[in-house]
Design a protein around this ligand. Structure first.
Ligand SMILES: C[S@@+](CC[C@H](N)C(=O)[O-])C[C@H]1O[C@@H](n2cnc3c(N)ncnc32)[C@H](O)[C@@H]1O
Length: 241
């Protein structure tokens, strides 16, 4: 896999030195993880999977990417019941790993697709998170602006946002490519019809109407299992055939 572009953070007028230092620290961690990933067997596995499954599909055209629900890069002050400091740090590490995975996927896709815009949306992003992502050349949007950017040439990367957000994507349009939770689990999709409440049945219909075109015309592949990338085990890859 080729080395992805390297971005250098520049001092931003009006941004405090503390914020700037935090952004630079995230940029350093990101660069380190990119290098680790590039030299791992997983990098080759990922490139093989994407090349083998997607590069031959002449009808598939991807021009933009939208990332939904990436999460915060630094632990928040508020704690859930039973939440430990270690768990919160591990959670932030997973968020950085997810960004690294997205970067590597984009790196492979850009070899054949003219992807010019990459948008991020997560209501939890802090100023540091947004500045860090912007320093990498990405655009951060306020919810629900990302939905307005969706079209049939979009690659949606959705590492576990709420199901209702995934449902809104598929209700808006059918993106060319989707990496995220197994769509059959979205909105209780793996439950028996009879076990669903009236409201849940209505929500399922809303989601599975649009999603069903993927059931009929798209293949689903589990992403390669990354050592230590526990969160990636549930990620699936869907594309329009
Ligand atoms: C379960 S967390 C996933 C975080 C991280 N990607 C992970 O795998 O650990 C769900 C994330 O979705 C975000 N989220 C909630 N509503 C959203 C929306 N409308 N658009 C995008 N992200 C949203 C939350 O703020 C949160 O960061």
């Amino acid at each position: 896999m080729n080395a992805p572009e390297t971005f250098v953070t520049q001092p931003t007028p009006g941004i405090s030195t503390l914020v700037q230092a935090q952004v630079e620290s995230l940029a350093g961690e990101y660069q380190l993880q990119i290098e680790n990933f590039q030299f791992s067997e997983n990098s080759q596995l990922l490139e093989n999977l994407l090349t083998q499954e997607l590069h031959g599909l002449s009808h598939l055209r991807i021009t933009r990417c939208i990332c939904l629900g990436l999460g915060r890069f630094t632990p928040s002050e508020s704690r859930w019941q039973g939440d430990t400091a270690e768990a919160r740090i591990a959670q932030c590490r997973a968020v950085m790993e997810q960004l690294v995975l997205l970067t590597m996927v984009l790196d492979v896709l850009k070899k054949v697709h003219p992807i010019h815009e990459v948008f991020f949306q997560d209501p939890l992003f802090t100023q540091v998170d947004s500045l860090f992502l912007e320093s990498l050349g990405f655009t951060v949007l306020q919810s629900p602006e990302a939905l307005r950017e969706l079209d049939a040439t979009t690659f949606v990367f959705a590492p576990y946002p709420p199901n209702v957000v995934v449902a809104d994507v598929f209700k808006t349009c059918s993106p060319a490519l989707y990496i995220g939770a197994d769509l059959t689990t979205v909105q209780g999709g793996n439950m028996e019809e009879g076990a669903l409440s009236e409201a849940a049945r209505a929500r399922r219909l809303e989601v599975f109407g649009p999603v069903s075109i993927y059931d009929q015309s798209a293949l689903m592949k589990i992403m390669p299992l990354f050592d230590g990338y526990h969160w990636s085990r549930g990620l699936c890859l869907y594309w329009l055939q």
